[in-house]
Design a protein around this ligand. Structure first.
Ligand code: SF4
Length: 360
């Protein structure tokens, strides 16, 4: 399709990115994007109070559902074409019944009969004891959120003493259990932990983990205590800055993406040791290939991290809707998925929930 022609499909028009023709009847939005990646928050509780995330009230603000309810919802989405299920929180390892949920989800098959890709995002504090049981239950991969690789800075960010050692033990246990390569997500804030970039590169090479630097997004809770951080564009450490810092540390080689919908740009070093990903939603948005949809801990569907509205799937289930009706409901919602975020634009509006209450 030639650029500028009226034949451009809506997503090409919205983002200017080329699109391939739809492959088969799967969960697609009105821009032709296949929605194959479901993220499910199984609790709003967390045992950390990270300064750029849970900056307001401490406790859970949203309910959590019975494990059986999440399982029914996940089954519905998988029957519509979901191929990856990521369990998140708050902190999912706090959730009783998590192992049972992983076991049940791992037995599901995609519409083409393939095993599901079942992953989990955790802060790692409880991972050392749970890594092997999660693997045995059928978990495929684990991502650990970690914003510093020295104990002092780590404790200052999480506001939990001696947390670094626990998380490091969790990462090593996950690697040993075969849940690797473990991904380590680090949200960079200028003047707070951007001094850690080279140390994280070293950590990736030493521990054999994939370190992913994430540009800070305006998804924080408004800071109530004056300690927490409110998002500013200036505080974002961009992909270009991270790459030039890493190049100065050691020559960097870009790696090809695993899939068009992959959010991270991948790199390794000249000797092939270590892998770095950079997720740049602010400076290099990737909405054009977005394949994600989310379920909140209280059973609401969010079609985008920055959605202003949510859709009450739990409510429809409680009112007795059949699976057929619920599938039609989900397809209708996906059809209206937002084209993209508007960070940094005059009409940008903060989402109706902060990240800790969405789950990533
Ligand atoms: S901002 Fe929304 S549309 Fe863009 S990648 Fe994230 S979830 Fe997808």
């Amino acid at each position: 399709m030639s650029a500028g022609s009226a034949l451009l499909n809506p997503m090409e028009a919205a983002t200017g990115e080329p699109r391939e023709a739809p492959l088969r009847d799967s969960l697609r939005d009105s821009y032709g994007r296949a929605i194959t990646d479901l993220r499910v928050s199984v609790t709003d509780r967390c045992n950390y109070r990270c300064v750029y995330c849970r900056t307001g009230n401490d406790g859970a603000q949203y309910a959590e559902l019975a494990i059986a309810d999440y399982l029914r919802m996940i089954r519905l989405f998988v029957s519509l074409g979901i191929e990856k299920v990521r369990l998140t929180g708050g902190e999912p390892l706090l959730r009783a019944g998590l192992l049972d949920l992983v076991r049940e989800v791992a037995q599901l098959r995609t519409v083409s009969g393939a095993p599901l890709d079942v992953a989990l995002t955790t802060n790692g504090h409880l991972l050392a004891d749970l890594a092997q049981p999660l693997k045995d239950a059928g978990l495929c991969r684990v991502t650990v959120s970690m914003d510093a690789v020295d104990a002092e800075t780590f404790a200052a960010i999480t506001r939990v003493p001696r947390s670094f050692e626990r998380v490091l033990a969790g990462i090593r246990a996950a690697t040993a259990a075969g849940l690797g390569p473990v991904k380590v997500n680090c949200v960079l804030l200028r003047g707070f932990n951007d001094s850690q970039i080279e140390a994280f590169a070293e950590f990736s090479r030493r521990e054999g983990v994939i370190v992913r630097f994430i540009e800070w997004m305006p998804l924080e809770e408004p800071s109530a205590d004056g300690i927490g951080r409110n998002w500013t564009r200036e505080a974002v450490v961009t992909l270009d800055e991270i790459v030039s810092r890493l190049q100065a540390y050691r020559p960097l080689l870009e790696l090809p993406p695993h899939a068009a919908s992959e959010t991270a740009r991948r790199y390794t070093f000249d000797d092939g040791v270590g892998e770095i990903g950079i997720v740049a939603p602010v400076s290099r948005p990737f909405c054009g290939h977005c394949s994600r949809i989310r379920l909140t801990s209280d059973g609401k569907i969010r079609t985008c991290l920055f959605s202003q509205t949510e859709h009450d799937l739990q409510g429809k289930m409680l009112r007795g809707s059949s699976d057929l009706e619920l599938r039609a409901y989900i397809k209708g919602i996906v059809d209206k998925k937002e084209a993209r975020h508007h960070i940094g634009e005059p009409d940008f509006q903060k989402p109706s929930r902060s990240m800790v209450h969405i789950g990533g």
